[in-house]
Design a protein around this ligand. Structure first.
Ligand code: ATP
Ligand code: MG
Length: 441
């Protein structure tokens, strides 16, 4: 009998590789916590409709890559090709839409019927974050900052470049779509067969084509920037200003369109040249129409997903997981070991940052990063009146709130409210990290 083989595009994660995967997902989970993202796990398979319409019938994923089957009870189900639609489905099924912002982290296997290559599998693994309910560009900036922080923690930030684009709002997108149809229709004979089909259904996707002929045409295509309306342009400027504030470098890539249908405004990818053609390690963007499309209320969203296999290929060998730490009498060994694998530590109590006003928002973004550098978990209150933001701080169990108003800023200070003691006082900005460190214990 021939030896049994794994199915094409799947692989066993032998301990050394499994350990590297763990290093990636553990680092990401821990850092996501510093930004207030809590882990969620949704089912590996869902009703097919959860993916088909949201991702888009004419995307590669839905048209060619989904593992879809009828189960023994006659239900049409699909192994998840990505996790955003599943997370939104979970938000709706569990009635969570009232308590925005919602911030989720996930890690787990995804499935796409693709041609296997280095860094491309049929079963692969992703980590990802979703931030729902925040329309402001600060959310885009924060999720990008988190992505970059993870790459930094894994020691690969200098091998990866952030590429950035905007897809504008639906109005801008419609105008650009019309321009693209005009451009490509005049050159339809030079398009690949796939792209001829895309031309009718989703011409933007031609820009994303991997066919060299399509790519040559795409390089000369009209620029999205010329079709952005004022609101879309303003949004993009604010995202870029925020990234500049945080010292996050990026390269504008007007040809960057994400593979899925539901993206608006910000689109980004962290890419490397070290993995051949499979160079995108993190891909994400804003998806303001998705929740409504899935039958929920109008609710903006932004997030990203990263391929664990690709990140694991990039990181060097992790240090050995096990190191002897002490000589222990044989009789005590079992007990000592049990202590080592005790309960996982509770997540740290966050510090709530509550900026009030435009200047304060920029300060809050910077301050948030500075506090996370110091190991503190920080939750940014993006919008809403003071009472609403304080209620959120209470709900998430914040240790303290930092109120940043234009008046206080003029004095170089912020108001610190200690939730445990109830005390509130003005604290100079420079002293804040140390004070909060002490509070957080
Ligand atoms: P690509 O252009 O490489 O096909 P994509 O746009 O289809 O990527 P996304 O849907 O944005 O990818 O998924 C986010 C990330 O998940 C990718 O950047 C990549 O790191 C990873 N990923 C996607 N598909 C695969 C796969 N088949 N095998 C391994 N990793 C993958
Ligand atoms: Mg793909």
């Amino acid at each position: 009998m021939p030896a049994l083989q794994p199915a094409r595009g799947t692989q066993d994660l032998l301990p050394e590789v499994a350990r590297r995967h763990r290093r990636v997902s553990d680092a990401a989970r821990g850092l996501a916590e510093l930004y207030g993202f809590a882990e969620i796990a949704t089912p590996v398979f869902e009703f097919t409709e959860v993916f088909a319409r949201p991702i888009g019938e004419h995307t590669d994923i839905v048209a060619k890559e989904m593992y879809t089957f009828t189960d023994r009870g006659g239900e049409e189900v699909t192994l998840r090709p990505e996790n955003t639609a599943g997370v939104v489905r979970a938000v709706l099924s569990n009635g969570l839409t009232q308590s925005t912002p919602l911030k989720f982290f996930y890690a787990g296997p995804m499935f796409r019927y693709e041609r296997p290559q280095k860094g491309r599998f049929r079963q692969f693994h992703q980590i990802g974050v979703e931030l729902l309910g925040v329309a402001q560009p600060q959310a885009d900036i924060e999720v990008i900052a988190l992505g970059q922080r993870i790459l930094r923690a894994l020691g690969i930030a200098d091998r990866v470049v952030l590429e950035l684009n905007t897809l504008g709002d639906p109005e801008s997108r419609a105008a650009y779509r019309a321009a693209l149809v005009g451009y490509f229709s005049a050159r339809v004979s030079e398009l690949s067969e796939d792209s001829r089909r895309r031309l009718e259904r989703n011409p933007l996707r031609i820009l994303d084509s991997k066919d060299p002929g399509d790519q040559r045409l795409a390089a000369e295509a009209p620029d999205f920037a010329e079709y952005l309306n004022d609101a879309s342009r303003e949004f993009f400027v604010r995202v870029r200003d925020g990234l500049d504030q945080l010292g996050i470098a990026y390269r504008l890539n007007p040809r960057l369109v994400r593979g899925l249908d539901y993206y608006t405004h910000t689109a980004f990818e962290f890419v490397t040249t070290d993995l051949g053609a499979q160079g995108t390690v993190i891909g994400g963007g804003r998806y303001d129409g998705l929740v409504e499309l899935m039958g929920g209320p109008a609710m903006p969203g932004v997030g990203w997903a990263a391929g664990i296999e690709r990140l694991a290929l990039l990181i060097g060998e992790p240090p050995m997981a096990l190191r002897p730490v002490a000589l222990v009498p044989l009789g005590e060994a079992a007990e000592r070991l049990a202590m080592l694998i005790d309960e996982p530590p509770a997540p740290p109590r966050p510090i709530a940052l509550v900026p009030l006003g435009g200047e304060a928002e920029l300060v809050a973004l910077r301050l948030g990063e500075e506090l996370r550098d110091a190991g503190l978990a920080v939750d940014l209150g993006y919008s809403g009146n003071l009472a609403r933001r304080m209620r959120r701080a209470d709900r998430i169990g914040a240790r303290a709130a930092v109120l940043i108003g234009d008046n206080e800023l003029a004095q170089g200070a912020v108001t610190l409210r200690d939730f445990d003691s109830g005390a509130q006082e003005l604290v100079p900005l420079g002293e804040l990290p140390a004070r909060l460190k002490k509070l957080a214990g």
